[in-house]
Design a protein around this ligand. Structure first.
Ligand code: HAM
Length: 460
């Protein structure tokens, strides 16, 4: 019989590695490491600053909602509800879903907090995680981030144009070139009439339709227009276009949106087959695509549109609304592809270095005094050797290093080292902050004068 022996030996190296690697990321999710965080914060700051100027207030809804909110709001027959929701029943028997998108939850919050009583429109911006159980591939994750704008309480075409313009502006300011694909899917009545015509048309092509398209023909014929299947594309291109079935109010609204966008110089392309995959839309729908045809990006950076019926569907009073959401990971991937880097958001001027236990203690205090005096400062206080600390100071491109050693502690001084020329001066520790400020201001002045001189030279 096989006899089990318990070994008291240390586990072999491979065993340790094996144990460590058995804890891996869940499929389709990502750690956002410091390198990517720099992109995230850069985009976040831009969104926040622009939203503030345009009067959009921040909102954050919970990561989970009642499942029914999305079933009713996004639509029973959408891909999101049919197959992509992370849904579960909690210990109390509630049916919950990790939010796959932000709009339905914001409409819920608008109703729940009685925001109809506020001056309209009520405008929000948001930033957060969304979760969809999709098949992971390039640009498609199971946990991703979106920023978005939602405006509730106005049917003015200016709102549609403003939302598109703001999104365009943010992406353009990041250094990317994008085009807006746009369409109008009119009102419910326009679509009912159009769907009949569309179904009649696709029925004449039935033998050429895929199984999926045949199913969509019964359930939601508009979705066929969104198909990526190569052999369907020529059939779709010949299909009747919704624009011809818009009633006069929807047509007028759409022409106004287009007119405003033209005024704002936003590059838009009319795409008659654009219908979007969420059921709450009516009238304007749009998507943001990179203008670079060579880009490997196969999916939209963002999308949105008008959703005048959503608040009512969720139990509120009729409230016209419009919004957009942009995928942050897709934006970051495109920025990387284009080799566009976020600007350095912290460039320290001073490095505090120390030698010896007493000096280390004093340095911790000095560091905090410098920081509180609004001086951009860096440290590596856990390092012991002066050489390695100065190497770090060098890497950070600081202007000065303040060095504190045993002798300086006894004398009540510090050593100030100019990192460019290596010259060191002894300075009274009580005078170091005003001295640093004086020197940094002087350097700033010299820099400003140089910029001015260069400008003058260039204009001559
Ligand atoms: P959406 O088109 O489903 O619209 O998503 C907007 C953007 O989120 C997409 O263009 C994409 O950049 C990003 N995104 C979506 N799914 C994924 C994924 N699996 N992985 C990575 N990125 C993804 C909405 O969510 C609507 N709520 C937009 C809206 C706001 N309409 C009106 N207001």
């Amino acid at each position: 019989m096989f006899k089990r022996t318990i070994s008291k030996k240390e586990p072999a190296k491979e065993e340790i590695t094996k144990t460590a690697s058995s804890f891996q990321l869940v499929r389709g999710v990502k750690d956002i490491l410091p390198e990517d965080q720099a992109y995230f914060f850069w985009i976040f700051d831009k969104v926040r600053s622009l939203a503030r100027s345009y009067g959009y207030d921040p909102i954050e809804t919970p990561i989970m909602e009642k499942t029914n909110l999305f079933v009713r709001g996004v639509g029973k027959q959408t891909d999101i509800v049919e197959k992509e929701m992370f849904s579960f029943v909690d210990q109390g028997g509630d049916h919950l879903t990790l939010r796959p998108e932000g709009t339905a939850a914001i409409a819920r919050a608008y109703i729940e907090h009685g925001m109809l009583a506020l001056p309209q429109p009520v405008k929000f911006w948001y930033w957060g995680k969304m979760l969809r159980h999709e098949r992971p591939q390039a640009g498609r994750l199971r946990e991703f981030h979106q920023f978005g704008f939602e405006s509730l309480g106005s049917d003015d075409a200016m709102i549609d144009a403003q939302i598109i313009f703001m999104t365009y502006k943010i992406i353009q300011e990041l250094g990317l070139e994008v085009t807006i694909a746009i369409n109008s899917i009119g009102s419910e009545e326009c679509r009912t009439q159009y769907k009949k015509v569309l179904v009649d048309y696709f029925r004449t092509k039935r033998s050429e339709l895929s199984d999926l398209a045949k199913k969509q023909l019964i359930k939601n014929p508009l979705r066929i227009l969104d198909s990526k299947e190569e052999n369907l594309l020529p059939i779709i291109a010949q299909a009747p276009q919704i624009f011809d079935y818009l009633n006069s109010a929807s047509r007028e609204h759409f022409l106004k949106v287009m007119d405003y966008l033209d005024e704002l110089d936003v590059p838009v392309v009319l795409k008659p087959t654009l219908v979007r995959g969420l059921d709450y839309y009516n009238r304007t729908v749009f998507e943001i695509w990179t203008s670079d045809e060579e880009s490997s990006r196969q999916s939209a950076l963002g999308g949105g549109g008008r959703y005048d019926g959503l608040v009512e569907i969720l139990g509120g009073r009729p409230t016209p609304a419009a919004g957009v959401a942009v995928g942050i990971e897709r934006l970051v991937a495109l920025l990387k592809e284009k080799e566009i880097k976020p600007p350095l958001d912290y460039q320290p001027d001073i490095f505090v270095a120390q030698l010896g236990e007493e000096a280390k203690r004093k340095s911790m205090l000095l560091f905090e005094q410098l920081r509180a005096a609004d001086i951009k400062v860096a440290e590596s206080l856990s390092k012991e050797g002066l050489k390695s600390q100065l190497e770090k100071a060098d890497k950070l491109h600081v202007k000065y290093a303040i060095i504190l050693g045993q002798k300086e502690i006894l004398d009540g001084t510090v050593m100030l080292r100019d990192m460019e020329n290596g010259i060191q001066e002894v300075i009274d520790i009580n005078k170091i902050i005003p001295e640093i400020k004086k020197r940094l201001e002087k350097q700033l002045k010299i820099k400003a004068e140089q910029v001015q001189e260069n400008k003058e030279v260039n204009t001559i």
